[in-house]
Design a protein around this ligand. Structure first.
Ligand SMILES: *[C@@H]1O[C@H](CO)[C@@H](O)[C@H](O)[C@H]1NC(C)=O
Ligand SMILES: *[C@@H]1O[C@H](CO)[C@@H](O)[C@H](O)[C@H]1NC(C)=O
Length: 288
């Protein structure tokens, strides 16, 4: 799978960071849009395609691991020994040993660590939106790539995402997803787990279809809080290789977990990273 070669790692990491960057850009775009006279374009959001997409509360069943220790753990990965790694907003790579104890493993600093992925040779690669790709191992931290073709990697991140989009690698998924896809992880059965970022709150999608409403929002920015969805809910879908959604897990009002950014299956459990929690969510996948 993608973790098996440097290019795959790069891609995943870039996709991860680009999502965050895209979110930032979206946020800034919306900011600008709120404070200036606007001429809005309309956005057609995809319609949910099947009953599998009905909103449920399965994500409210998550158990919390590392609660209080993990500041917005965006992504999760496991190494070959089953040790879990995550990067937190306080600049740490933290890991969970199989015996259940957490270790503050490596301090990198900054607030911009996001995607993590294991390497074949041990250790992990972490994507730092500021610094680039960092290899983190027993012998310390080294910068793998900070520039690609003379461009700072954060710029490339965006470009990769756009290229990916254009190339349509995830296009088949995007067609019928009820949100913007974040991290994509391969499941053991060959399907994919995809975390969805809700840009718009449920029931407010219609604002994208009306210029008048957009102008209204532009005039009363506070209304925007009502419409903004990412911090109020979480959605994860399992998508078959043919693009069909085969399972869906939601926390429709963010009661237990919200802003889920990654979903990784490991030994029959689903691990959920989030940019709005102080824990990693964990959900048993076999008969509950
Ligand atoms: C758990 O395992 C780690 C790594 O082997 C070790 O450093 C730590 O002391 C262990 N903790 C407990 C409570 O056994
Ligand atoms: C870097 O530039 C070369 C030549 O312009 C191009 O062929 C290559 O695809 C670029 N690499 C990346 C990762 O963009």
């Amino acid at each position: 799978m993608a973790g098996n070669n440097a290019f795959g790692n790069l891609n995943i990491c870039m996709r991860t960071s680009s999502t965050v960057i895209l979110a930032c850009i979206l946020a800034s775009a919306l900011q600008i849009f709120l404070f200036s006279p606007i001429s809005p374009d309309l956005l057609q959001l995809p319609q949910p395609s099947s009953a599998a997409l009905l909103t449920n509360k399965k994500l409210q069943e998550v158990a919390k691991i590392g609660e209080g220790l993990l500041d917005k753990p965006e992504d999760v990965c496991f190494d070959g020994e089953g040790i879990l790694y995550t990067a937190t907003r306080d600049g740490w790579i933290k890991r969970l040993h199989r015996n259940g104890s957490w270790e503050d493993w490596r301090l990198i600093g900054g607030g911009s660590l996001i995607g993590v992925t294991p390497t074949r040779t041990g250790g992990i690669i972490v994507c730092d939106i500021e610094k680039g790709l960092l290899k983190v191992g027993e012998d310390g931290v080294s910068i793998l790539t900070s520039h690609v073709n003379g461009s700072k990697i954060k710029f490339r991140c965006l470009k990769y995402w756009l290229e990916g989009e254009r190339k349509g690698r995830t296009e088949t998924f995007i067609d019928n997803l009820p949100g913007g896809p974040d991290n994509v992880n391969l499941a053991p059965d060959g399907s994919f787990w995809i975390a969805l970022i809700k840009v718009t709150s449920d029931g407010f999608e219609f604002v994208h279809t009306s210029k008048a409403l957009k102008h209204l929002l532009a005039t009363f920015p506070k209304l925007f809080q009502l419409v903004k969805g990412s911090h109020k809910k979480a959605s994860v879908v399992k998508v078959a290789a043919d693009g069909k959604i085969i399972d869906k897990f939601d926390d429709p009002n963010g009661k237990v977990i919200s802003f889920v950014t990654s979903a990784l299956e490991f030994e029959d459990y689903l691990y959920l990273g989030s940019l709005n929690t102080n824990f990693i969510g964990i959900l048993p996948l076999k008969a509950a």
